[in-house]
Design a protein around this ligand. Structure first.
Ligand code: ADP
Ligand code: ADP
Length: 228
């Protein structure tokens, strides 16, 4: 069942840079797809278009399984995790994870059990009342992941999320993301320039090339971690 269908998408910025050229990609429910390629090959641009955060210059993008709003964009089903956790320093962990629910008009008290359950899935059940400044880099990233998951999205987009973390923390978070993928049935698109990370995590690797950005190879993986 396709969640995202990109057809011949090109993206040219006003600067003239052709960031994507004729990219076609269908991502099905349940997949863990890595978008792999060197810096500048268009991975982030592709991910933003998939998220509905950026327009394509030509081609088509569709979200067949999502509710589409008046602006033609998917509503509610897609969450994004960036390399920078961008937490609100004046809010506790609980308050930070509450934010996307607050934006949907759900109060802290109504969201309480969902927030605490989501914090437990990333191992932060004891840190609900802590402030971001009290947390390590890896823990901040876990809060960012919890904030993305609390709305129960169908699709989780991650843009080089762990690139700034040390190797041990990064490996732990990779294992957490894999466990979440197994437990929740969520679909993941994970941008990375690490061949190791893409092979460790995903069951499909889409390799991109630069100048112009395009899909170079699309490889299904046989892994020991298959969910089916
Ligand atoms: P990646 O994520 O693979 O590193 P990006 O999608 O960030 O690649 O960038 C692809 C190309 O588009 C690069 O040449 C980059 O410099 C350019 N680019 C990205 N964003 C913009 C922008 N807002 N304006 C102009 N050029 C951009
Ligand atoms: P709550 O969900 O608890 O109502 P609020 O967004 O109202 O959260 O903010 C909680 C606290 O953070 C309040 O004391 C508020 O004044 C403060 N606060 C809100 N926005 C900012 C900001 N941009 N910079 C600094 N403090 C802020």
């Amino acid at each position: 069942r396709p969640l995202v269908v990109m057809e011949n998408v090109s993206k040219q910025f006003s600067s003239g840079t052709l960031a994507l050229s004729d990219m076609s990609l269908t991502v099905n429910a349940g997949e863990f797809v890595s978008l792999l390629g060197p810096s500048g090959c268009g991975k982030s641009t592709a991910l933003r278009i998939i998220a509905g955060l950026g327009d394509a210059s030509s081609g088509a993008i569709d979200w067949p399984a999502s509710r589409i709003n008046a602006r033609g964009l998917p509503e509610g089903d897609i969450s994004f995790v960036f390399q920078e956790p961008t937490l609100m320093p004046w809010q506790t962990v609980f308050g930070n994870v509450h934010l996307p629910l607050k934006l949907r008009g759900i109060s802290k008290s109504a969201a309480r059990s969902d927030i605490l359950a989501t914090l437990a899935t990333v191992g932060l059940q004891d840190f609900a009342d802590a402030y971001p400044r009290e947390l390590s880099g890896g823990m901040k990233m876990r809060v960012s992941i919890a904030r993305a998951l609390v709305t129960k999205p169908k699709l989780l987009l991650m843009d080089e999320p762990f690139a700034a973390l040390d190797e041990i923390t990064r490996q732990k978070l990779n294992d957490d993301v894999l466990r979440l993928w197994h437990e929740t049935g969520i679909t993941v698109i994970f941008v990375t320039h690490s061949v190791y990370e893409s092979a460790y995590l995903s069951n499909r690797i889409v390799v991109m090339k630069a100048r112009p950005g395009r899909v170079h190879a699309d490889m299904p993986l046989v892994t020991s971690l298959s969910r089916d």
